[in-house]
Each structure stands twice: as structure tokens, then as C-alpha cells.
Design a binder for this molecule. Structure first.
Ligand code: NAP
Length: 252
């Protein structure tokens, strides 16, 4: 008997950088889940989310990426503890019963990020560049690890948030962990990078870029030129995707 098709996918915009489709379809093939498929659903605005759920009746789960990790929250019926604590959602489980659609949001970015830091001697305090969904997941993960941090944002007016022009030699020297959670440097805009004073970096610094496409961003290249340790976002992508996969499979 033919199994019913189950559809999963990614919402965000744009999606040209994403390797989630490749990862999930390879995983379905490996597990022999021939009825499962993962597709990209670029949404121009998040208001298109409810019609996507109605128009794709086989859709059972979604990942959420830039720029909707926070914007999707009002469209969901329920959040689990990880999504509530992080204030951002990257995984949505969709349940359909008697024509009723219910959605529950999760955050696997935070535990995914945490997993990649196991065994690394990370010294804080940290600077988190950006204040979006990825940055919020990192915030939650660093809180769990007990590493103090400050955000750096283009919006310098918010209380306790640094602006890029605040980043003096002293601030850079006292923050040995710097995490890029902005899209600066992401494909196709590979020539861009966060405007921090790279000349003050030392070999004691650790630069972590959430971006994985390209593998080595300008941010990481500039760190390597100053002999810092670096990590890109590929391991985080894989760790959070594994956790999302488990959430999807629990739902099916
Ligand atoms: P997001 O929610 O849209 O947030 C991005 C943040 O970056 C914004 O809130 C903004 O903060 C800052 N930003 C945006 N454009 C900027 C610019 N031109 N100059 C300086 N800052 C800018 O996006 P996200 O979902 O957090 O994703 C951010 C990046 O992390 C993306 O490249 C994404 O692919 C990557 N990511 C990777 C993983 C992984 O598994 N490896 C997981 C999550 C995210 P301010 O307005 O405060 O400046």
C-alpha cells in the first residue's frame, strides 16, 4: 500500500543560502522515508504563513529562518519552553485533525549552538553581533552556560545594547568571544562583514559565525588574519537540524 506523503520545509526570505533542503532530503533517503520530502517556501511576508498551511495539506513541519524567527510567533498556537525562553522559533510542528490545523513552535538553535560549544574552552564575556532570532538563541544558550554577554546592534538607543561605534580597543580586548548573528557576509553578499575593529583582536579571541555559506566568511577571515580561533555555522546547522528532525518525527 502506498504511504501518505509527508511534507516538511523551510520558510524565510531569501532562501538562496540555505542547505537545509539538501540535509533533510539526504536524511529522509538514509532513513528510507520515501514518503517524506523537504521543500523551500520563500515567503515575501510572514502574513503568507496561514495560507501556506492551508494550501499545502501534506505539510507536517517547518523550519524558520531569517527574517521570521521572531515574527512567526504571533501566528502559532503554542510554544514549547525552548521557544518561549529564547523568544524565537526555528521549528514548527503542524498537526491536522478533523480539518483543524494546530501549530507548535520550538527552538532548536539554542541547544544546537550549545552542542557545538561542548569541549571548547570558551572564555567570556561575549559580544553577540545582531539582535534577531539567531542572536536570541545564542543569548539563551550563553545564559545556560553562565557566560556573560552584551549585544551589539545598529540600534544603539536600546538600554544596555552597544553600538558598533562603541567598540573600542578596551571593549574588544575584554570580550574574548565574538559571535556574528547578523547576515553580514552570507551568500550572495559575501564581501560584507560586521563593522568591528578587527585590528584589536588577539590570539586569545574566539570568533563564531552563525553563517555557514560561505564556509569562511570575511568575518572569520579577518579573525584568522589576527590569529584568533574561529568556527563557522555548519556544525550548528547540523545540530539544530538533527533536533528539528526528531521533533518532526515525533509528530508523525
Ligand atoms: P534576523 O532575525 O533577521 O536577525 C538578524 C540581525 O542581524 C538583525 O536583527 C539585525 O540586528 C542584524 N542585521 C541585519 N542586517 C544587518 C546589517 N545590514 N548590518 C548590521 N546588522 C544587521 O536573522 P537570524 O535568523 O537571526 O539570522 C542571522 C544569521 O544567522 C543568518 O545569516 C542566518 O543564516 C544565521 N543563522 C544560522 C544558524 C545555523 O544553524 N548555523 C542558525 C540561526 C541563524 P540589529 O538590527 O540589532 O543590528
Amino acid at each position: 500500500m502506498e504511504q501518505q506523503k509527508v511534507l516538511f520545509g523551510l520558510v524565510g526570505f531569501p532562501l538562496g543560502h540555505s542547505r537545509s533542503q539538501e540535509w533533510f532530503n539526504a536524511r529522509f533517503a538514509l532513513e528510507g522515508k520515501t514518503n517524506a520530502e523537504y521543500r523551500l517556501f520563500p515567503l515575501n511576508v510572514i502574513e503568507e504563513f496561514p495560507s501556506l498551511l492551508r494550501n499545502e495539506p501534506d505539510l507536517a513541519g517547518l523550519n524558520v529562518t531569517i527574517p521570521y524567527k521572531e515574527k512567526i510567533i504571533p501566528f502559532l498556537d503554542e510554544l514549547d519552553e525552548s521557544a518561549r525562553s529564547a523568544g524565537a522559533v526555528n521549528t514548527v510542528r503542524i498537526t491536522r485533525r478533523d480539518g483543524l490545523i494546530t501549530t507548535k513552535g520550538f527552538n532548536t538553535d539554542a541547544p544546537g549552538f550549545l552542542k557545538t560549544t561542548e569541549g571548547l574552552a570558551l572564555k567570556g564575556p561575549a559580544l553577540i553581533l545582531g539582535t534577531g532570532g539567531g542572536a536570541k538563541a545564542v543569548e539563551y544558550a550563553l545564559s545556560l552556560k553562565g557566560i556573560p554577554f552584551s549585544f551589539v546592534s545598529r540600534k544603539s538607543d536600546a538600554h544596555g545594547i552597544l553600538s558598533y561605534t562603541d567598540l573600542t580597543q578596551g571593549l574588544i580586548r575584554s570580550h574574548l568571544l565574538i559571535i556574528n548573528a547578523t547576515p553580514l557576509g552570507m551568500h550572495p553578499d559575501t564581501g560584507s562583514f560586521p563593522p568591528i575593529p578587527y585590528q584589536f583582536l588577539t590570539r586569545d579571541h574566539f570568533l563564531y559565525d552563525l553563517i555557514y555559506n560561505p564556509e569562511e566568511t570575511e568575518f572569520l577571515k579577518k579573525g584568522l588574519a589576527m590569529n584568533t580561533r574561529v568556527m563557522n555555522g555548519w556544525q550548528m546547522l547540523v545540530s539544530q537540524a538533527e533536533l528539528s528532525y526528531n521533533i518532526f518525527m515525533e509528530g508523525g
